[in-house]
Design a binder for this molecule. Structure first.
Ligand SMILES: [Zn+2]
Length: 196
């Protein structure tokens, strides 16, 4: 499943694919980011990729398959993952600005503690996803299946979650401002724990 090769500097982070060091301890983070961006774009299927602590700008990572990949604590600006198939892939504590996850087929992704601004998640399968502790603003989730996903302690601002399946979606302790849930099955979502 999830392979883990530790950074040779002993910091506890995972070493980047093709290196013995993590993104923090590599000699040149820009060079490693470019190398890994090329590694992804040259492949249609990615397994057990580790690209944490890197920076990606204007990359087309769309129409690919991702299994067990680690994109944690990275920065993504204007990157496209659209039309991707993803399973068990981790984006925790990463920063996303103007990124596209529309028309995706995803299960078991984690965006825990991530920051997502102006990102598109519409027309997608977003099943068993974790957004706990994330900050989401100006994002679009409409016409998606969010079944059993988690938005606990999530800040959500100026975001559309219209016409979505939100059955068993948890929004416990989330702070929502100007969030639209029009035509979504809100009665089947969980907004607070029942006192019993
Ligand atoms: Zn390291």
């Amino acid at each position: 499943m999830f392979e883990f090769k530790p950074c040779a500097a002993g910091c506890g982070n995972g070493a980047i694919t093709g290196s013995n060091l993590c993104g923090l301890h590599c000699v040149d983070r820009d060079t490693e980011s470019r190398r890994l961006a090329m590694y992804i774009t040259e492949r249609k299927e990615l397994h057990n990729l580790c690209v944490s602590h890197l920076i990606f700008k204007n990359q087309d990572f769309s129409s690919r398959e991702y299994y067990g990949c680690n994109f944690m604590e990275s920065i993504f600006i204007s990157c496209s993952f659209k039309k991707s198939r993803m399973r068990m892939t981790f984006f925790d504590m990463s920063i996303f600005n103007d990124c596209d996850f529309s028309n995706c087929d995803t299960q078991f992704l984690s965006f825990g503690g991530a920051s997502l601004q102006s990102c598109a998640f519409q027309d997608s399968e977003l099943v068993h996803l974790n957004f706990c502790g994330a900050m989401i603003s100006n994002c679009e989730f409409s016409h998606s299946n969010l079944y059993n996903s988690r938005f606990n302690s999530t800040q959500i601002n100026n975001t559309q979650i219209d016409d979505c399946n939100i059955k068993k979606v948890f929004f416990i302790n989330s702070i929502m401002k100007n969030v639209s849930l029009k035509y979504s099955n809100t009665a089947e979502a969980v907004f607070e724990y029942e006192n019993n």
